[in-house]
Design a binder for this molecule. Structure first.
Ligand code: C2O
Ligand code: CU
Length: 477
């Protein structure tokens, strides 16, 4: 089980949680879910959509009656949803109106290094910068977020994150729920002070009691008795989630980090650690009209399950309760899908093996890869363009009980095995982040046939990446 390690992360934190300035928390499920607005292009050509975004400090009412200072994209928390189409280029001019540097990274995307938002390639305060996203890759739920050197953790925590939904003809032809039945859920940890301020403390994992969904604490959503597509995105700084549903409902998982799964899978629980995504289809016809289905975080023991949000199932739809599909094939058939069009990852022969050991230094509270902290002047792996490599990622923090989530920019990879056992296919591909429990040895395989240049790889527990658990690879010709 992956829960144990996470729960042991710096256990002293829990004791500090009895703070006097408790925030005015609304009752659970008293606020409606909101959806971030779609970002509208300022200009379109036959090949390209152009957008303008301002990064600035803003205030929002998150908890009733209080104001919370945030860092936002276009004033929206979370940032506006960007909708892109495979084959059409997205060009975004970001203007930094904060008093400090920003960089913008499109997580999970195959983009030129100049548009990757490298930590050492910032937008200085008061200036603008254009990012170009070619959208060559398959449909996927991506997300964009800040990546400023040593500051991404706090800046993402304070609001700099948004969804980027890439569609393609293969996905559009599938009769999946769409439009208002296709809902992005950006889920994250937070801690509020009594005056509504967002409290950021380094490595405060056990002391962030509030879960926000699209910027709201424990919201509810009125749903019809039909099928919905939910795009789960873990935008947390440090919180690992194990998503479950009450009322016996389950998920048909159709996509992972980098897009559709080769084989959709019925899931009772879905583990997503910071930055991971899953797209699921949920059938609300299989519960009684008027029931309430709660999305929970079940990573802790039963009595510590934490409700995340509530679905209030309306009275319409079919008269009886529709039997639950017992298999993914049955579920898909119910949607009218007989042939799932996604292929297994191509077989390739690796030409290189590397090993990266992740560790924490208990004295300095810095995090290391192969014994070293991030040095932007150092290239940790020089990769020949076109090469397929196997990286063995070792979580060397078994004794300290610290989980890590290794993320590579630029590529989607395949998780070959974990401690010698093959990774279940729904968790194996296409992935850009791999969970490692304390003591795990995980092997991933990636092909670097896209762009050349320097890209980071790092732990996506953002306090770890901001505190040095980052390296870089360079793809060369
Ligand atoms: Cu979301 Cu460097 O990553
Ligand atoms: Cu880590």
């Amino acid at each position: 089980g992956s829960a144990a390690g996470a729960a042991m992360l710096f256990p002293a934190g829990r004791l500090a949680s009895a703070l006097s300035d408790d925030p005015p928390m609304p009752a659970p499920f008293s606020m409606p879910l909101s959806l971030p607005p779609d970002l509208m292009p300022v200009h379109r050509t036959s090949t390209t959509d152009f957008y303008e975004v301002e990064i600035s400090e803003t205030e929002h009412e998150i908890l009733p009656g209080t104001r919370t200072r945030l860092l936002t994209y276009n004033g929206s928390f979370p940032g506006p949803t960007i909708r892109a189409t495979r084959g059409r280029e997205t060009v975004i001019r970001h203007t930094n109106r904060m008093g400090k540097p920003a960089t913008v990274h499109l997580h999970g995307a195959n983009v030129p290094a100049s548009s990757d938002g490298h930590p050492l390639d910032p937008i200085a305060p008061g200036t603008s910068r254009v990012y170009r996203y070619p959208n060559h890759q398959a449909a996927a739920t991506l997300w964009y977020h800040d990546h400023t050197h040593h500051a991404e953790s706090e800046q993402v925590y304070r609001g700099l994150a948004g969804a980027y939904l890439l569609s393609d003809p293969v996905g559009r032809r599938l009769p999946l729920p769409s439009g208002r039945y296709d809902i992005p859920l950006l889920i994250r940890d937070a801690k509020f002070g009594g005056d509504g301020r967002l409290v950021y403390r380094y490595d405060d994992y056990l002391n962030r009691p509030t879960i926000l969904v699209n910027g709201r604490p424990q919201p509810y959503l009125d749903v019809e008795r039909r099928v919905y597509r939910l795009r789960l995105v873990n935008c947390s700084n440090l919180e690992p989630f194990r998503f479950t549903l009450t009322e016996g409902a389950s998920f048909l998982q159709i996509a992972s980090d980098g897009g559709f799964l080769p084989v959709p899978a019925m899931r009772r629980e879905i583990d997503l650690w910071p930055s991971e995504r899953a797209e699921v289809v949920v059938d609300f016809r299989s519960v009684r009209p008027g029931s309430q289905v709660v999305l929970e975080n079940s990573i802790a023991a039963d009595d510590l399950k934490r409700p995340i949000m509530q679905f209030r199932v309306g009275g319409g739809g079919p008269s009886g309760i529709v039997a639950r599909a017992s298999s993914a094939e049955g579920f898909l058939r119910g949607l009218g899908i007989r042939d799932w069009p996604i292929e297994a990852p191509p077989r390739r022969t690796p030409s290189k093996h590397r090993r990266f050991v992740l560790s924490a230094d208990p004295n300095t509270h810095e995090f290391h890869i192969n014994g070293r902290g991030f040095d932007p002047e150092r290239v940790d792996a020089t990769i020949e363009h076109g090469a397929t490599e196997i990286w063995e990622i070792v979580n060397g923090d078994g004794a300290l009980g610290i989980p890590h989530a290794m993320h590579l920019h630029l590529v989607q990879f395949q998780i070959l095995d974990r401690n010698g056992h093959p990774e279940p296919s729904y968790d194996a591909y296409p992935k850009d982040t791999v969970r490692t429990n304390p003591g795990d040895v995980v092997r991933i395989q990636a092909t670097f046939d896209g762009y050349t240049g320097r890209y980071p790889f790092h732990c996506h527990f953002m306090d770890h990446s901001s505190h040095s658990m980052m390296g870089q690879f360079e793809v060369v010709r």
